[in-house]
Design a binder for this molecule. Sequence first.
Ligand SMILES: Cc1ncc(COP(=O)(O)O)c(C=O)c1O
Length: 424
Amino acid sequence: MKTLSKPNIKSLVSDLCSEMQPYIMFRIAKRVLELTPELEAKGRKPLRMSIGAPTVAPPPVLLKKITDLLAEPGIHSYSVPEGEPFFRQAVAKRMKTRFGVDVDWKTEVCSLVGSKEGLAAMFRGVITPKDDIMEKDIILTPDPGYASYADAIKIAGGLAYSMPLTPENNYLPDMQRTLQELTNRGYNSNLVKALILNYPSNPIGATAPFSYYEDVVRFAREHNILVISDNAYSEMVFAGEPKPPSILEVAGARDIAVEFHSLSKPYAITGWRIGFAVGNADAINVLNTVKSTMDSGLWKVLQKAAVFAIESPLCEQFVTDMNKVYEGKQKLMKQGFLELGWPEETLNLPKATFYFWVPIPPRYTSCETFATEVLETSGVVLVPGTAFGKYGEGFVRLSLVNPDDEMKEVIQRLKTDGFTYQPA
Ligand SMILES: Cc1ncc(COP(=O)(O)O)c(C=O)c1O
């Protein structure tokens, strides 16, 4: 019999995928797992300040609801990618009560298997893949920003073009300037298909005034660029602060914008995978088309539980209570960093989300080096700012979701191991 040569599956992998690494958070998790025996042996069990996910249990009423739903007839069969009518109707109602926005549940709402999946499907819906970098479709992306944007745009065959979020621009990039700069660098501005906004933002926690959304809608309409507003943290704002708006509150926004919402963080159900998109009917239509080839919709139990979550006053109270908890953790962590010698003016406390964006000590020139040393020495897991884009250099992100005693231990370990702002 003829001997067959060894198959080479790697040679079959697409150019787009062969260049890709797994998502940064999973890479960090893997590295932590590898280091765990060594860290435990020296009394430095990993303390994960890296995961953007609540560690508390979801609201008890929601858990009861989901359990009760399991016995409903017909609830375990396939749903549809766009979501059941009852789900979309409830979302439309929610958009009205929370934001004063009217959306047509039939054409302007769809369900998502988490907003991460929805965003990736949206990018595929607008990008025509090209090989030549100068010919690629472009999506303007906040930098630092949620790490999945750049990866998902790349895998769709597009180019993620950074819009820097800096203290100088108040974390509100000037779109016109970005477009001009892109043109000056030789890119074709006609290839800009979409721009992403994310307020309250991950990783900085920045919020945007309504007037900024108005400016962006005007700009996007002028240039025919789809606005993808990622409102995953719309409910995670501290007491006394204005509630983040929906971009759809801006007159004319439905002609040009689509907004992504997530139930993951406010209700502490990151593993359930449920969110929704609302907005421009053509954008929702293409999103549904892409999704219909990749998912078959959400488990109906989840859709019913989600409706319960967004309508239940007890779940609303849970969100409010958790925001107070996160605000308390923020104060605790800030105090800890002050004790470690960080100057007060370098520690900007966001008014929303549960993130803390902290500058690295001046003796470090790379946030990766700092995060690696802290991990390997102290077992404290931080996310280097560059995981969120090149403009994240010089910072690390902490998620303030851990129990208070763990957060105190983080500070204690950093102190003991010499990770102070200035060397002692
Ligand atoms: C800004 C932002 N958008 C979207 C997501 C995705 O959330 P999910 O897929 O759980 O809805 C996250 C998760 O960390 C995020 O930080």
